[in-house]
Design a protein around this ligand. Structure first.
Ligand code: GLU
Length: 480
């Protein structure tokens, strides 16, 4: 039997990396078994909808390289894949349970329910529906339902035990007497999450339900609904949450959490996938660099940990650096496109990129480091040209020697430039750093950046000399 899994995000905001981790695990489980993946939009809580959220889900998942087979825009045998477009299906199923005597109409007003709650709280009791409408004779309830506002509630048995064998957590069990007669269908004809998720997972032929741990508390309600319909219960896995470094649920307080932010912050999708896979999965080896293909081959649900994973931004940065270094120069230039000005010469970019690839943490790091190649507007404080324990006159002398060496150097390439600057250090009897420091500042306006000799090579002889001479002038002026 081929497996069918689903991602069922609610369009209530930007796609969160915690949801992505859940989606990724579904993806890996389905793909490694040659199964099918379904994207279903769970928008029954209409008050929490955020415009643009579905676009954000699509954009984020596409960017990350997560694929699926059926969904709102892809179509498929169970279309539509948006719950708000499936209302008649849920209404029909709610009716079916009423007809079977497994559910009932409830006419209690909001005010009555609020008052009930208030009284229960005052008595320090569990707040729950008191089954006021449960025993209205069926004929009377059916007649009233035609005219009166009502909800449909599940008739929860008085006692019993419910349990699942969770694929991550093992045996979990609940006492039925802790569960209230939950609402299945609201007065506006919308289903609750509980009814919609069970009906859809069943009719869409979902073979494995895998979602975040925050849904465990809903499981006993779902089990009762499955039982009321006499449907088989698919195996379930509840993945532990992704926590922030302080052990609290990962949220905006901890920094970026939306996929779109990581994209904007110049992370590679490969790095995010690699790192996210490891938040909650122990591969059982020292290896930790995994592509999506590797993960599809190696990831095992049995290795998903039952304790929460901690989000560690520095680890993500590490993976990002690794994945940047794995790109070919052409590919890296292509990935840099959104992060560098459109008018920067692409050939120059291609020449400098190999020299910064080694040190980049994110794609954004490149721009400031290499801007000196694309502008002649280099600014710095001339005082900073002078190395510690040296003086301006000595610095001018060293720079003058550099210009002499560089002016006729043939060919003007990094290895020759290096030899030339070494010769200057010897002539001056200075440390190499003392020669290189003012040269670097003169040509880049910065104290750190790509390797100096390569920077000079790519900048070219004329522009390099101009800038070094400019620095000598600036020092001379500052000194006179
Ligand atoms: N709609 C839920 C969410 O937004 C998913 C619930 C489920 O997977 O059953 O995460």
């Amino acid at each position: 039997m081929s497996v069918r899994l689903r991602f069922a995000p609610s369009p209530t905001g930007e796609l969160h990396i915690g949801s992505v981790r859940t989606i990724l695990y579904n993806h890996l489980f389905a793909r490694q078994r040659g199964g099918r993946l379904i994207l279903r939009i769970e928008d029954t809580d209409q008050e929490r909808l955020v415009p643009g959220a579905v676009d954000s889900i699509y954009a984020g998942l596409h960017w990350l390289g997560i694929t699926w087979d059926e969904g709102p825009r892809e179509g498929g045998p169970h279309a539509p894949y948006v719950q708000s477009e499936r209302l008649p299906l849920y209404q029909k199923h709610a009716q079916e349970l009423v007809a079977k005597g497994a559910a009932y109409y409830c006419f209690c007003s909001k005010e009555r329910l609020a008052e009930l709650r208030r009284q229960q709280e005052a008595r320090h009791e569990l707040t729950r529906y008191d089954r006021h409408c449960r025993n209205i004779p069926v004929a009377e309830a059916t007649a009233r339902a035609k005219a009166e506002s009502h909800v449909v509630r599940l008739k929860v048995p008085d006692e019993g035990t419910l349990s699942i064998e969770d694929l991550v957590h093992g045996h979990i069990e609940w006492q039925v007497n802790t569960i209230e007669d939950q609402v299945l269908l609201k007065s506006d004809g919308f289903p609750t999450y509980h009814l919609a998720v069970v009906v859809d997972d069943h009719v869409m032929g979902i073979t494995h339900i895998m979602r975040g741990e925050e849904w465990v508390a809903s499981v006993p309600k779902h089990l009762l609904i499955y039982r009321a319909f006499s449907w088989d219960i698919p195996p379930m896995a509840h993945f532990p949450s992704v926590l922030g470094p302080d052990g609290k649920k990962l949220s905006k307080r901890h920094g970026a959490t939306a996929v779109a932010e990581f994209r904007k912050d110049a992370y590679l999708p490969e790095a995010l996938i690699n790192y996210l896979a490891l938040v909650g999965w122990a591969p059982g080896s020292e290896e930790e660099i995994f592509s999506m293909d590797d993960l599809t081959r190696l990831w095992k649900i049995e290795q998903v940990q039952s304790s929460p994973g901690k989000w560690d931004k520095e680890r993500l940065d590490f993976f990002n650096g690794v994945w940047i270094r794995r790109l070919s120069v052409d590919e890296l230039v292509r990935r840099l496109e959104p992060f560098v000005p459109a008018d920067w010469d692409r050939e120059t970019l291609k020449r400098i990129v190999p020299h910064i690839q080694e040190r980049m943490k994110t794609l954004k790091d490149a721009k400031d480091q290499i801007a000196f190649l694309f502008t002649d507007d280099i600014t710095y404080d001339p005082k900073d040209l002078v190395p510690a324990k040296r003086d301006p006159a000595g610095t001018v002398e060293a720079l003058a020697k550099v210009t002499v060496h560089l002016r006729y150097l043939e060919p003007f390439i990094a290895t020759r430039i290096e030899a030339a600057l070494k010769a200057v250090a010897e002539e001056m009897d200075w440390k190499q750093g003392d020669v290189n420091k003012p040269v670097r500042l003169a040509i880049t306006g910065r104290t750190i950046g790509p390797p100096l000799y390569e920077s000079l090579e790519v900048l070219g002889r004329d522009r390099s000399l101009q800038r070094i001479e400019g620095a000598m002038d600036a020092l001379g002026k500052a000194n006179s």
